[in-house]
Design a protein around this ligand. Structure first.
Ligand code: F6P
Length: 325
Protein backbone atom coordinates (compact mmCIF):
# COMPACT_ATOMS: atom_id res chain seq x y z
CA UNK A 1 0.00 0.00 0.00
CA UNK A 2 1.49 3.33 -1.07
CA UNK A 3 1.45 6.43 1.14
CA UNK A 4 -2.00 7.88 1.88
CA UNK A 5 -2.56 11.23 0.21
CA UNK A 6 -6.34 11.48 0.00
CA UNK A 7 -8.94 10.47 2.58
CA UNK A 8 -12.59 9.91 1.71
CA UNK A 9 -15.21 10.55 4.38
CA UNK A 10 -18.84 9.46 4.51
CA UNK A 11 -21.73 9.07 6.94
CA UNK A 12 -23.91 6.00 6.67
CA UNK A 13 -26.99 4.44 8.31
CA UNK A 14 -29.20 6.39 10.68
CA UNK A 15 -28.09 9.98 11.25
CA UNK A 16 -27.03 10.86 14.78
CA UNK A 17 -26.38 14.20 16.51
CA UNK A 18 -22.66 14.86 16.44
CA UNK A 19 -21.99 13.40 13.00
CA UNK A 20 -21.32 16.91 11.72
CA UNK A 21 -18.87 17.56 14.53
CA UNK A 22 -17.09 14.35 13.48
CA UNK A 23 -17.03 15.38 9.80
CA UNK A 24 -15.55 18.73 10.84
CA UNK A 25 -12.91 17.10 13.03
CA UNK A 26 -11.83 14.55 10.41
CA UNK A 27 -11.68 17.22 7.69
CA UNK A 28 -9.68 19.71 9.71
CA UNK A 29 -7.33 17.14 11.25
CA UNK A 30 -6.69 15.61 7.82
CA UNK A 31 -5.94 18.95 6.16
CA UNK A 32 -3.73 19.99 9.09
CA UNK A 33 -1.70 16.82 8.48
CA UNK A 34 -1.30 17.44 4.75
CA UNK A 35 -4.02 15.12 3.40
CA UNK A 36 -6.68 15.97 0.84
CA UNK A 37 -10.26 15.28 1.92
CA UNK A 38 -12.96 14.01 -0.42
CA UNK A 39 -16.51 14.32 0.92
CA UNK A 40 -18.72 11.44 -0.19
CA UNK A 41 -22.46 12.18 -0.18
CA UNK A 42 -25.27 9.75 0.77
CA UNK A 43 -23.06 7.14 2.37
CA UNK A 44 -21.98 4.12 0.37
CA UNK A 45 -24.64 4.96 -2.25
CA UNK A 46 -22.72 8.12 -3.04
CA UNK A 47 -19.46 6.22 -3.22
CA UNK A 48 -20.96 3.80 -5.74
CA UNK A 49 -22.53 6.64 -7.73
CA UNK A 50 -19.52 8.97 -7.49
CA UNK A 51 -21.27 11.75 -5.58
CA UNK A 52 -18.02 13.20 -4.33
CA UNK A 53 -16.36 16.59 -4.01
CA UNK A 54 -13.27 17.91 -2.31
CA UNK A 55 -13.71 19.50 1.12
CA UNK A 56 -11.64 22.39 2.37
CA UNK A 57 -11.46 23.75 5.91
CA UNK A 58 -14.19 26.32 5.24
CA UNK A 59 -16.64 23.65 4.03
CA UNK A 60 -17.04 22.48 7.62
CA UNK A 61 -17.43 25.93 9.21
CA UNK A 62 -20.44 26.48 11.45
CA UNK A 63 -21.57 22.84 11.54
CA UNK A 64 -20.42 21.66 14.97
CA UNK A 65 -23.79 22.51 16.54
CA UNK A 66 -26.00 21.14 13.78
CA UNK A 67 -27.86 17.82 14.04
CA UNK A 68 -28.15 15.35 11.17
CA UNK A 69 -25.31 15.11 8.66
CA UNK A 70 -24.34 17.64 6.00
CA UNK A 71 -23.06 14.71 3.92
CA UNK A 72 -26.54 13.14 3.95
CA UNK A 73 -26.80 9.44 4.68
CA UNK A 74 -28.35 6.23 3.36
CA UNK A 75 -28.72 2.56 4.15
CA UNK A 76 -27.19 1.16 0.96
CA UNK A 77 -28.45 -2.26 -0.12
CA UNK A 78 -26.17 -2.23 -3.16
CA UNK A 79 -23.01 -1.89 -1.05
CA UNK A 80 -23.99 -5.09 0.76
CA UNK A 81 -23.46 -6.97 -2.52
CA UNK A 82 -19.99 -7.84 -3.94
CA UNK A 83 -20.96 -6.05 -7.19
CA UNK A 84 -21.79 -2.87 -5.27
CA UNK A 85 -18.50 -2.93 -3.40
CA UNK A 86 -16.62 -3.50 -6.68
CA UNK A 87 -18.24 -0.37 -8.14
CA UNK A 88 -17.34 1.55 -4.98
CA UNK A 89 -13.71 0.41 -5.28
CA UNK A 90 -13.55 1.47 -8.91
CA UNK A 91 -14.80 4.94 -7.99
CA UNK A 92 -12.18 5.16 -5.25
CA UNK A 93 -9.44 4.27 -7.75
CA UNK A 94 -10.78 6.79 -10.30
CA UNK A 95 -10.89 9.52 -7.64
CA UNK A 96 -7.53 8.47 -6.19
CA UNK A 97 -9.00 8.10 -2.71
CA UNK A 98 -6.49 6.06 -0.69
CA UNK A 99 -8.37 5.56 2.60
CA UNK A 100 -11.89 5.78 3.91
CA UNK A 101 -13.34 7.15 7.16
CA UNK A 102 -16.84 5.80 7.76
CA UNK A 103 -19.05 7.38 10.42
CA UNK A 104 -21.97 5.11 11.25
CA UNK A 105 -23.41 2.27 13.30
CA UNK A 106 -23.32 -1.49 13.22
CA UNK A 107 -24.46 -2.02 9.62
CA UNK A 108 -22.17 0.70 8.29
CA UNK A 109 -19.07 -0.67 10.03
CA UNK A 110 -19.99 -4.19 8.89
CA UNK A 111 -19.98 -2.78 5.35
CA UNK A 112 -16.56 -1.21 5.95
CA UNK A 113 -15.28 -4.51 7.29
CA UNK A 114 -16.40 -6.43 4.20
CA UNK A 115 -14.95 -3.77 1.91
CA UNK A 116 -11.61 -3.86 3.72
CA UNK A 117 -11.51 -7.65 3.50
CA UNK A 118 -12.01 -7.59 -0.27
CA UNK A 119 -9.90 -4.60 -1.30
CA UNK A 120 -6.62 -3.16 -0.17
CA UNK A 121 -8.16 0.01 1.26
CA UNK A 122 -7.46 1.20 4.81
CA UNK A 123 -10.84 1.85 6.43
CA UNK A 124 -11.32 3.62 9.75
CA UNK A 125 -14.72 3.61 11.46
CA UNK A 126 -16.17 6.13 13.86
CA UNK A 127 -19.06 4.97 16.08
CA UNK A 128 -21.95 7.16 14.93
CA UNK A 129 -25.26 5.88 16.27
CA UNK A 130 -27.77 6.87 18.91
CA UNK A 131 -28.08 3.21 19.96
CA UNK A 132 -24.70 2.97 21.79
CA UNK A 133 -24.55 -0.67 20.69
CA UNK A 134 -20.98 -0.83 19.33
CA UNK A 135 -18.50 -2.89 21.29
CA UNK A 136 -15.17 -1.58 22.51
CA UNK A 137 -16.27 2.00 23.01
CA UNK A 138 -17.96 3.35 26.12
CA UNK A 139 -20.01 5.79 24.07
CA UNK A 140 -21.15 6.33 20.51
CA UNK A 141 -21.66 9.69 18.82
CA UNK A 142 -25.27 10.82 19.29
CA UNK A 143 -26.17 8.65 22.25
CA UNK A 144 -25.79 11.37 24.89
CA UNK A 145 -27.90 13.88 22.97
CA UNK A 146 -30.66 11.33 22.38
CA UNK A 147 -30.63 10.33 26.03
CA UNK A 148 -31.17 13.96 26.97
CA UNK A 149 -33.93 14.35 24.40
CA UNK A 150 -35.77 11.32 25.75
CA UNK A 151 -35.33 12.55 29.32
CA UNK A 152 -36.87 15.93 28.44
CA UNK A 153 -39.82 14.24 26.70
CA UNK A 154 -40.44 11.93 29.64
CA UNK A 155 -40.28 14.86 32.07
CA UNK A 156 -43.11 16.41 30.07
CA UNK A 157 -45.13 13.21 29.84
CA UNK A 158 -44.78 12.93 33.62
CA UNK A 159 -46.97 16.04 34.04
CA UNK A 160 -49.90 14.32 32.34
CA UNK A 161 -49.21 10.96 33.97
CA UNK A 162 -49.31 12.56 37.42
CA UNK A 163 -52.28 14.81 36.76
CA UNK A 164 -54.44 11.99 35.35
CA UNK A 165 -52.98 9.21 37.50
CA UNK A 166 -52.12 7.11 34.46
CA UNK A 167 -49.61 4.47 33.47
CA UNK A 168 -47.63 5.59 30.42
CA UNK A 169 -45.68 3.19 28.24
CA UNK A 170 -43.07 5.30 26.45
CA UNK A 171 -41.35 3.56 23.55
CA UNK A 172 -37.81 4.60 22.70
CA UNK A 173 -35.38 3.65 19.92
CA UNK A 174 -32.32 1.46 20.27
CA UNK A 175 -32.87 -1.19 17.62
CA UNK A 176 -31.89 -4.40 19.50
CA UNK A 177 -30.19 -2.63 22.40
CA UNK A 178 -31.62 -1.27 25.63
CA UNK A 179 -29.05 1.41 26.51
CA UNK A 180 -31.36 4.29 25.64
CA UNK A 181 -34.29 2.72 27.50
CA UNK A 182 -32.32 1.75 30.61
CA UNK A 183 -30.47 5.01 31.06
CA UNK A 184 -33.28 7.36 30.09
CA UNK A 185 -35.45 5.52 32.62
CA UNK A 186 -32.91 6.23 35.34
CA UNK A 187 -32.43 9.84 34.24
CA UNK A 188 -36.16 10.55 34.12
CA UNK A 189 -36.96 8.67 37.32
CA UNK A 190 -39.24 6.22 35.49
CA UNK A 191 -40.84 3.35 37.38
CA UNK A 192 -39.50 0.63 35.06
CA UNK A 193 -37.48 -0.06 31.93
CA UNK A 194 -38.29 -2.98 29.67
CA UNK A 195 -35.17 -3.89 27.71
CA UNK A 196 -34.17 -6.69 25.32
CA UNK A 197 -31.06 -7.56 27.35
CA UNK A 198 -33.10 -8.86 30.30
CA UNK A 199 -31.77 -12.37 30.73
CA UNK A 200 -33.87 -13.47 33.68
CA UNK A 201 -36.57 -14.83 31.40
CA UNK A 202 -39.11 -13.27 33.75
CA UNK A 203 -42.13 -11.41 32.45
CA UNK A 204 -40.97 -7.79 32.76
CA UNK A 205 -44.53 -6.48 32.91
CA UNK A 206 -45.42 -8.81 35.79
CA UNK A 207 -42.27 -7.73 37.59
CA UNK A 208 -43.29 -4.11 37.27
CA UNK A 209 -46.83 -4.72 38.45
CA UNK A 210 -45.56 -7.14 41.09
CA UNK A 211 -43.35 -4.49 42.63
CA UNK A 212 -46.63 -3.00 43.82
CA UNK A 213 -45.99 0.26 42.00
CA UNK A 214 -49.61 1.31 42.19
CA UNK A 215 -49.82 0.73 45.92
CA UNK A 216 -47.51 3.59 46.65
CA UNK A 217 -47.76 5.66 43.48
CA UNK A 218 -50.74 7.06 41.66
CA UNK A 219 -49.00 7.18 38.27
CA UNK A 220 -46.20 5.35 36.52
CA UNK A 221 -43.92 5.69 33.55
CA UNK A 222 -42.47 2.59 31.93
CA UNK A 223 -39.80 3.05 29.27
CA UNK A 224 -39.97 0.29 26.66
CA UNK A 225 -37.26 -0.51 24.11
CA UNK A 226 -38.63 -0.64 20.59
CA UNK A 227 -39.38 -4.14 19.37
CA UNK A 228 -41.41 -5.44 16.43
CA UNK A 229 -43.50 -7.69 18.69
CA UNK A 230 -43.12 -6.46 22.27
CA UNK A 231 -43.11 -2.69 22.04
CA UNK A 232 -45.09 -0.21 24.11
CA UNK A 233 -48.39 -1.07 22.37
CA UNK A 234 -48.02 -4.72 23.30
CA UNK A 235 -47.57 -3.96 27.00
CA UNK A 236 -50.34 -1.36 27.06
CA UNK A 237 -52.79 -3.82 25.48
CA UNK A 238 -51.85 -6.45 28.04
CA UNK A 239 -52.41 -4.07 30.96
CA UNK A 240 -55.75 -2.99 29.52
CA UNK A 241 -56.83 -6.63 29.36
CA UNK A 242 -55.25 -7.99 32.53
CA UNK A 243 -55.61 -4.92 34.79
CA UNK A 244 -58.63 -2.98 33.48
CA UNK A 245 -58.63 -0.78 36.60
CA UNK A 246 -55.56 1.12 35.28
CA UNK A 247 -55.79 4.08 32.94
CA UNK A 248 -53.13 3.40 30.30
CA UNK A 249 -51.59 5.47 27.52
CA UNK A 250 -48.80 4.93 24.98
CA UNK A 251 -46.30 7.44 23.68
CA UNK A 252 -43.93 6.38 20.87
CA UNK A 253 -41.22 9.00 20.65
CA UNK A 254 -40.04 8.03 17.14
CA UNK A 255 -37.60 10.06 15.10
CA UNK A 256 -37.68 13.18 17.24
CA UNK A 257 -35.13 11.24 19.33
CA UNK A 258 -32.57 11.38 16.52
CA UNK A 259 -32.70 15.06 15.70
CA UNK A 260 -31.48 18.22 17.33
CA UNK A 261 -28.31 20.03 18.17
CA UNK A 262 -25.67 17.72 19.71
CA UNK A 263 -24.89 17.99 23.42
CA UNK A 264 -21.50 19.26 24.59
CA UNK A 265 -20.62 15.64 25.38
CA UNK A 266 -21.33 14.49 21.82
CA UNK A 267 -19.50 17.44 20.25
CA UNK A 268 -16.40 16.74 22.31
CA UNK A 269 -16.60 12.98 21.72
CA UNK A 270 -17.02 13.46 17.96
CA UNK A 271 -14.15 15.97 17.86
CA UNK A 272 -11.79 13.66 19.73
CA UNK A 273 -12.74 10.62 17.66
CA UNK A 274 -12.48 12.57 14.40
CA UNK A 275 -8.94 13.68 15.21
CA UNK A 276 -8.31 10.10 16.39
CA UNK A 277 -9.39 8.69 13.02
CA UNK A 278 -6.77 10.73 11.17
CA UNK A 279 -4.14 9.81 13.76
CA UNK A 280 -5.09 6.15 13.27
CA UNK A 281 -4.29 6.42 9.56
CA UNK A 282 -1.00 8.19 10.33
CA UNK A 283 -0.18 5.36 12.77
CA UNK A 284 -0.72 2.84 9.99
CA UNK A 285 -3.93 1.47 11.49
CA UNK A 286 -6.49 -0.03 9.15
CA UNK A 287 -9.84 -1.69 9.51
CA UNK A 288 -10.46 -0.52 13.04
CA UNK A 289 -13.08 1.58 14.75
CA UNK A 290 -11.75 4.46 16.82
CA UNK A 291 -13.52 4.44 20.16
CA UNK A 292 -13.17 5.77 23.66
CA UNK A 293 -12.65 3.61 26.73
CA UNK A 294 -11.99 4.93 30.23
CA UNK A 295 -11.43 8.34 28.64
CA UNK A 296 -8.67 7.02 26.35
CA UNK A 297 -8.79 6.76 22.56
CA UNK A 298 -8.69 3.11 21.50
CA UNK A 299 -8.55 1.21 18.20
CA UNK A 300 -11.05 -1.64 18.03
CA UNK A 301 -10.93 -4.19 15.16
CA UNK A 302 -14.16 -4.05 13.15
CA UNK A 303 -14.81 -7.72 13.92
CA UNK A 304 -15.03 -6.93 17.68
CA UNK A 305 -16.82 -3.61 17.29
CA UNK A 306 -19.80 -5.01 15.40
CA UNK A 307 -20.39 -8.01 17.68
CA UNK A 308 -23.88 -7.46 19.01
CA UNK A 309 -23.24 -8.42 22.62
CA UNK A 310 -22.39 -5.15 24.37
CA UNK A 311 -23.71 -5.65 27.88
CA UNK A 312 -25.70 -3.28 30.03
CA UNK A 313 -24.03 -3.00 33.43
CA UNK A 314 -25.92 -4.89 36.13
CA UNK A 315 -25.49 -2.02 38.60
CA UNK A 316 -27.65 0.14 36.30
CA UNK A 317 -30.43 -2.43 36.35
CA UNK A 318 -30.09 -2.79 40.13
CA UNK A 319 -30.12 0.99 40.61
CA UNK A 320 -33.25 1.27 38.49
CA UNK A 321 -35.03 -1.33 40.57
CA UNK A 322 -34.04 0.26 43.88
CA UNK A 323 -34.76 3.83 42.87
CA UNK A 324 -38.13 3.18 41.28
CA UNK A 325 -39.76 1.80 44.43
O1 F6P B 1 -29.85 2.83 14.48
C1 F6P B 1 -30.48 4.03 14.74
C2 F6P B 1 -31.98 3.88 14.70
O2 F6P B 1 -32.55 5.13 15.03
C3 F6P B 1 -32.55 2.77 15.57
O3 F6P B 1 -32.63 3.14 16.92
C4 F6P B 1 -33.87 2.56 14.91
O4 F6P B 1 -34.33 1.24 15.13
C5 F6P B 1 -33.58 2.76 13.46
O5 F6P B 1 -32.39 3.54 13.39
C6 F6P B 1 -34.66 3.43 12.68
O6 F6P B 1 -34.24 3.53 11.35
P1 F6P B 1 -34.99 4.35 10.22
O7 F6P B 1 -34.77 5.80 10.47
O8 F6P B 1 -34.35 3.88 8.97
O9 F6P B 1 -36.45 4.00 10.33
Amino acid sequence: MSRIKTIGILTSGGDSPGMNAAIRAVTRAAIANGFRVMAIYRGYEGLINDEIREFRTEDVSGIIGRGGTILRTARSKEFMTPEGRKKAYEVMCKREIDALVVIGGNGSLTGARLFAQEYDVPCIGLPGTIDNDLNGTDLTIGYDTTLNTIMECVDKIRDTATSHERIFFVEVMGRDAGFLAQNSAIAAGAEAAIIPEDSTGADQLEQFIGRGIRKSKSSSIVIVSESPKCGAMYYAERVKKEYPEFDVRVSILGHLQRGGSPSAGDRILASRLGVGAVQALIDGQRNVMVGIRNDEIVYVPFSSAVKSDKAIKQDLIDAMNILST
